[in-house]
Design a protein around this ligand. Sequence first.
Ligand SMILES: O=C(O)C(=O)C[C@]1(C(=O)O)C=C[C@@H](O)C=C1
Length: 376
Amino acid sequence: MPDLEKIRDEIDSIDGQIQKLFERRMNLTGEVAEYKIATGKPVFDQDRENKKLECISESASSDFNAKGICEILRQTMSISRIRQYQMLAEHEDDLFSGYIQLEHLPVQEAQVIYQGLEGAYASEAAKKFFGKCVNTAHVGTWEEAIQIVSKKQADYAVLPIENSTAGIVQDIYDLILEYPVYIVGEQILPIEHELLGLPGADISDVRTVFSHPQALAQCKEYLKEHPDWEQRKLLNTAVAARKVADDKDIRQAAIASHSAGELFGLQRLEEKRLSTEKNSTRFIIISNQKYIVKNAEKISICFELPHKSGSLYHALSNLIYNDLNMTKIESRPIRDRNFEYRFFLDFEGNLSEPEVKNALIGIQNEADELYILGNY
Ligand SMILES: O=C(O)C(=O)C[C@]1(C(=O)O)C=C[C@@H](O)C=C1
């Protein structure tokens, strides 16, 4: 029978040698980094890595070992690149140029835009974030709201980005990249929908229910109990409430907020909940200024990667290696590039932290494009 202790002693001795070799190798890649900083040569050299992996796998004694040693080397080179990005980060300031550090967002006399009408959830989110005294105005579409802010005709816009039941608001992800706007805050709003009808109407009168597609999706389970109701999509929940009030047809109902019901003189037709108790929407606050408040603790970025095996893995390893906690990842298709995607990531951190800088420099160097959407 083999002697386990003896074998383990030998494994320990090999691991010690691997450690020493690893440290020697890292010192050498430090020298490579100095060369690259001086010459501007990119850190990532895919050709060099591929040749090395090919060569090493050819000289392995079995297919199993070939795969194993390639995996180890791939990781080693990934760590070597992360170390080089740390060194590069010490010489790089461009990524963060133009950001304005503030104690608090400037809100005095600020003009805040949202999509919909008074009574829309976005208007409640705006009041919750900015307080009741702020000047708000509403527009018909999310794109108009973003455009107005990007043209500096308003200071902020409040836009829904995701709902805990129905998921992300895809259009917002796509739109915020098209305009020079930055995320400067977020507001989570618990959403309690009501089924609203004309005064005197009864739930048995309802034939058509109007709402925003997201609200209909959030109430999907409830609406299954009424398969005979026609579901009609409108631009906003408050718009749906106004339509029911204007049309004066007892067969119509809207799914909207309590305040929209009060505003348009509608009555609640259903006592029970239309969506889950936890149903909440996260709104982002966008600005045309690169504001970062002092205690900002979340960073939103977007990047495109080369359409190659492992590229997302390598991009994310920059966060892992710098101990950064990713709180969200989404992919959205890139228009005109069939089945290629861009990634939207949220992670905890502040742009002033060295770990954040290191990770972003790493992602920037390996991604085709990197956009810092905001730190809030
Ligand atoms: O040889 C280089 O150019 C290095 O930066 C070193 C190294 C490595 O660790 O082997 C690291 C990154 C490159 O993508 C290729 C190779």
